[in-house]
Design a binder for this molecule. Structure first.
Ligand SMILES: NC(=O)c1ccc[n+]([C@@H]2O[C@H](COP(=O)([O-])OP(=O)(O)OC[C@H]3O[C@@H](n4cnc5c(N)ncnc54)[C@H](O)[C@@H]3O)[C@@H](O)[C@H]2O)c1
Ligand SMILES: [Zn+2]
Length: 351
């Protein structure tokens, strides 16, 4: 169940009680989010008769580690959270992935609820049931498919989100329009300024549609055999950009914005995506102040191709892409030559 509206945190405890998730609970959050939202969530749970334990991890991707998992287990055990307990993930995708994995594995699984507080977490990571942590060898290498019992998106939480973090979430929002819903894409073209101002009404409509799309795609393919792959539009190049330039330089959304624009240009060459659509895609990302292109020197370009070939989307030595036939409709498993990819990465806007 997904709830999306402003002011939901106040009712959160009541929702958990109604769902009969357990007698006791722990809130897992990070240092940034905890400072702002732990208190209202804690109080709401207290009012509903729970006595929550608060577990805070240091904000940032490094919290998605087995070390944090271990610390969470230890605290859960120390507070004697037993079978009739549940976990609340309060934060962005990092906290959601970590807390979800802890919930999936502690006592072989206890219920959990997501309270996503970033745009990315509200439209992407809190839906679909993927949880997990990173290893030194790479991101998300340990995890479980585990569904939250409730996802509560309080739109008010987005008010404190730093601008750059908000815009990185928009890259996933635009992606849903390209891969699945031309009407959503057109709505974004019309309403992007209102969205950037974080007006509750447009946010609610857009977030709801994105969750619906992700849920629909995932429900048809929970473990990534086929359809789910369309969610990777722009991600083969995007991940390689993150990888080859070092994590941290570009946020995920920034890298996949450039990745999606490059994928659109490849789509024009390979699937005949109309030039006008390529232009619309590029200009929407630019309006959202996301990079449509990333300048790479030759060493970086080399690293980018190595990274792309290591990506799991390679089969038979050829890099496979999700490409668009038109806005709202994509096809998976499209091969492209290195020369075409290079051109797509560097090409100026056409049309
Ligand atoms: N499970 C999935 O299906 C899935 C999908 C996409 C991404 N992810 C994962 O999500 C993670 C990225 O998530 P993210 O972009 O939300 O990053 P994040 O959780 O690190 O949050 C970004 C930053 O914003 C801060 N923050 C969060 N909410 C805030 C708020 N309301 N006000 C002020 N500050 C706030 C955080 O403390 C952090 O510093 C990655 O680890 C990625 O692998 C998972
Ligand atoms: Zn993504």
């Amino acid at each position: 169940m997904i709830k999306i509206a402003p002011g939901l945190l106040k009712q959160f405890g009541g929702e958990c009680a109604r769902l009969k998730l357990g007698d006791r609970c722990a809130i897992i959050t990070d240092t940034n989010v905890g400072k702002i939202f732990a208190k209202p969530v804690y109080e709401s749970l207290l009012k509903a008769g729970f006595e929550p334990v608060l577990i805070t991890v240091t904000a940032g991707e490094t919290a998605k580690s087995l070390k944090s998992v271990q610390r969470c287990y230890d605290q859960l055990a120390a507070h004697r959270l037993e079978r009739k307990s549940f976990i609340v993930a309060l934060g962005g995708g990092v906290v959601g992935d970590l807390a979800g994995f802890v919930a999936a594995t502690y006592l072989r699984g206890i219920p959990f609820v997501q309270v996503p507080t970033t745009l990315l977490a509200q439209v992407d990571s809190s839906v679909g049931g993927k949880t997990g942590v990173n290893l030194k060898a790479g991101k998300n290498l340990v995890g479980a498919f585990y569904q939250p019992r409730l996802v509560l998106c309080d739109l008010d939480t987005l008010k404190t989100l730093p601008e750059r973090e908000f815009r990185t979430g928009l890259a996933e929002v635009i992606k849903y329009g390209i891969i699945y819903d031309a009407k959503l894409f057109a709505q974004l073209e019309r309403n992007l300024p209102r969205l950037i101002k974080r007006e509750a009404k447009i946010l609610a409509a857009v977030i709801a549609r994105c969750c619906e799309i992700k849920a629909e795609v995932v429900s048809k393919d929970e473990t990534e055999g086929g359809l789910r792959a369309i969610l990777n539009f722009g991600h083969t190049i995007g991940h390689a950009i993150e990888n080859s330039l070092g994590y941290g330089k570009y946020l995920h959304g920034e890298a996949i914005a450039a990745g999606q624009v490059a994928a659109a240009k490849l789509s024009q060459k390979i699937l005949g995506l109309p030039e006008r659509d390529v232009g619309r895609i590029e200009s929407l990302f630019m309006q959202a102040d996301l990079p449509a292109r990333i300048n790479l020197n030759s060493a970086q370009r080399k690293r980018l191709f190595t990274a792309m070939k290591l990506d799991k989307k390679v089969s038979g030595g050829e890099i496979k892409f999700v490409l668009a036939k038109k806005i709202g409709r994509v096809v998976c498993g499209q091969g492209a030559s290195q020369a075409l990819i290079e051109k797509a990465l560097t090409a100026e806007a056409q049309g």
